[in-house]
Design a protein around this ligand. Sequence first.
Ligand SMILES: [Zn+2]
Length: 243
Amino acid sequence: MPQVQRTDAATVLAPTSLAGPVWVVAPHPDDESLGCGGLLAELTDLGTQTWALLLTDGGASHPASVSWSRERLAGQRLAEWHAGLDLLGVQRGRRLALNLPDGRLPFPQQEGGAAAVAAIRSALAQAVPATVLLPWRRDPHPDHRAAHALIFAALEDWPAVRRLEYTVWLPERAESADLPQPREATVWSADSGRQAARKAAAIRCHASQLGGLIRDDPDGFVLQEDMIRRAVSGHELLLEVRR
Ligand SMILES: [Zn+2]
């Protein structure tokens, strides 16, 4: 497995150094908890104004299930997203969900891309961000890469916004080319240890992704326990690409 970077070689990210409003943008419900749930908990504890934006409906994780239609699953996943954010301290009035298609999130130049960029821009305009937490540009999931491109396009009018790219699937799925290249990015390490229990509880809110809840799609997505253990132990890596 390629290494993102040895954590002890990263620069420690102090949550107090992030200016608000901070927006965390997630392609799917659970990405914010897995990628930077500890940092979110730190920020909300500090009183930093923190907003959350969900891009897709999350309804594609169990396509063969008969008892869980796409609509039912999307409703469940939205409820799970809210429950996780409750635990992480993001206020209810500071959450927006765009209902874009899970598994088919377009890049800006593709069909539907311009409309998605416009929707993200108008969401962010509700509290123009000082800092955006978004998926790493080469996180190994097509929706995560598309999300990155859409968010960058939406931020074109706000060039000064600080962008920190969280990692979700990098340790489990990355090819070498997916990793930050030498001098490409500052690698920040957020110590999520103090918030590990809250982060784990937020991840556990996503029952539809943990196996057990949806039993009639054997090929449906299941978040593996190894991945959860890795995500809640130690540090969260955030990459800030040099501009
Ligand atoms: Zn995701």
